[in-house]
Design a protein around this ligand. Structure first.
Ligand code: PHE
Length: 329
């Protein structure tokens, strides 16, 4: 106790502790030799030795705490702590805006009863073109548009391969959405990118059960859920080899409110999806009898939908990964 009283540092205290309570310490040795104490004195002496041990341990704790408190006080006096300074900021990551939008789009379709099934983006000619009723001389098959990988493989140019992949191995009734990346030999620009994302959707059931009216109804419902009940949408007749009849849907350009700008190519509308009734030749290609089954299909561009929804007027921003852009979402 006297030695402790004279200890002025944590180190000195530790030295005393080792000397008395350590493995070979004075008190440790003493406790170890209790056997030599006559039996009738042992309880009293044992108790005393343990009491001394506890007293010393307690004293050491008290002294250590006092020293620590004093050290803290001194360091604060030297360099005062300003608790109003901002803390260290750890940058927080988050999900990429395109992924957020994709998840939202799939949520809406899932809520309408569509099953989400991803399909491959490395494809063969049959699944990307042939089974989708593209004639063998169709310009989309041209080297200019498609990335060919050799060995009969290519990067899919749209998610419509998803229709073929799923129908090949499943039987109607089907209501499915297939999200994924697509590739075309386009220059990166305000509206185009050589890699982009689509969500394909289709529903097939007994012949006549699913009509063009269901297609229009499902798409309108979807667009209202995504853009809000007052958004303006229009359908136009169109052409795709794999649908008949075919349509495209546009939404009002939010950048110019319809007066015309570079994003909508001065038309006031932004095209967001293609759709139609699945062509009988497509059903035949997957082994369905077109007299027994019919259905609709659509394919929507995720970046286009994201541009409009988030008010971003240049598609390149989604791919440049500039944090000043990404952290806004
Ligand atoms: N695959 C078409 C495209 O990429 C979109 C589409 C899908 C059209 C399904 C009709 C039916 O433009």
């Amino acid at each position: 106790m006297a030695e402790l009283a004279q200890s002025a540092s944590l180190e000195q205290i530790e030295n005393v502790r080792v000397k008395v309570l350590g493995r070979g310490g004075e008190l440790t040795e003493l406790l170890r030799s209790m056997r030599e104490v006559p039996a009738q004195e042992r309880p009293a002496i044992g108790q005393l030795a343990n009491q001394v041990k506890r007293d010393i341990e307690e004293r050491i704790e008290v002294l250590k705490n006092e020293l620590r408190r004093r050290a803290l006080g001194e360091s604060l006096a030297r360099a005062p702590l300003d608790v109003t300074l901002p803390g260290v900021q750890f940058p927080r990551g988050h999900i990429h805006p395109l992924t957020q939008i994709t998840e939202r789009l799939l949520d809406i379709w899932a809520a309408m009863g569509f099953e989400v099934i991803p399909t491959p983006d490395i494809e063969d000619d049959f699944h990307n073109f042939g089974a989708l009723n593209f004639p063998s001389d169709h310009p989309a098959r041209d080297m200019q548009d498609t990335f060919f990988l050799g060995d009969g493989l290519l990067l899919r140019t749209h998610t419509s391969n998803g229709q073929i992949r799923v129908m090949e191995r499943r039987q109607p009734p089907l209501a499915v959405v297939c999200p994924g990346a697509c590739y075309r030999r386009d220059e990166l620009s305000v509206r185009y990118s050589p890699m982009f994302s689509q969500i394909e959707g289709f529903a097939v059931d007994e012949f006549g059960k699913i009509t063009m009216a269901h297609l229009k109804g499902a798409l309108t419902e979807f667009l209202r859920a995504f853009f809000g009940p007052t958004s303006q949408v229009r359908f136009r007749a169109s052409f795709f080899p794999f649908t008949e009849p075919s349509a495209e849907a546009d939404v009002r350009c939010i950048f110019c409110a319809g007066t015309g700008c570079r994003v909508c190519k001065h038309s006031g509308w932004i095209e967001i999806l293609g759709a139609g009734m699945i062509h009988p030749n497509v059903l035949r290609a997957v082994g369905y009898d077109p007299q027994r089954y019919s259905g609709f299909a659509f394919g929507m561009g995720v970046e286009r939908l994201a541009l409009i929804k988030l008010g971003v007027d240049d598609m390149r921003l989604f791919f440049e990964n500039d944090l000043r852009f990404l952290t806004q979402f």
